[in-house]
Design a protein around this ligand. Structure first.
Ligand SMILES: Nc1nc2c(c(=O)[nH]1)N=C([C@H](O)[C@H](O)COP(=O)(O)OP(=O)(O)OP(=O)(O)O)CN2
Ligand SMILES: [Zn+2]
Length: 129
């Protein structure tokens, strides 16, 4: 029987963006209170009986959010080059947090980014450490 544990933490940040080449009002500058969910998965626990300390996941997620908080996203790399869509932001968080948190036993398995209370993207890659 395969066992899988998936942790999830929630944090948030506020920032403005404009969507380039967008045929609607989102091409004008506007802001969101983004909500970020980070999932970390493992199939075995550490000696403390944890996948990973929630505190470590929250710390890394908050540090990355701080780079975007109260900023105009289109000014910040890589969103000065690629559109600051929910999809591209989710990939940015996935890659950044994977670099910081993944180890031989546990890995960032999904990022869910809520752009509004009614719309989010869930981003995943190959499910392996
Ligand atoms: N696939 C995507 N679609 C849209 C994105 C995106 O990042 N990925 N972004 C936007 C805009 O940034 C917009 O601010 C969000 O629009 P929307 O979800 O429509 O939010 P509203 O609250 O304005 O819409 P309601 O109809 O009131 O729910 C657009 N699309
Ligand atoms: Zn928007």
């Amino acid at each position: 029987m395969a066992i899988t544990y998936t942790l999830k933490i929630l944090t948030d940040f506020s920032s403005a963006h404009t969507l380039r080449d967008y045929p609607g009002e989102c091409r004008r500058m506007h802001g969101h209170n983004w909500k970020l969910e980070v999932e970390v998965t493992a199939q075995a626990l550490d000696q403390q009986g944890m996948v990973m300390d929630f505190k470590d996941i929250k710390k890394s997620a908050r540090q990355l959010c701080a780079q975007l908080d109260h900023r105009y996203l289109n000014d910040i790399s890589p969103f000065d080059r690629i559109n600051p869509t929910a999809e591209n932001l989710a990939a940015f968080f996935y890659r950044g947090l994977s670099q910081q948190l993944n180890n031989e036993r546990a890995w960032v398995s999904a990022i869910t980014l809520w752009e509004t209370e009614r719309a989010c993207v869930r981003y995943t890659e190959d499910q392996s450490p």
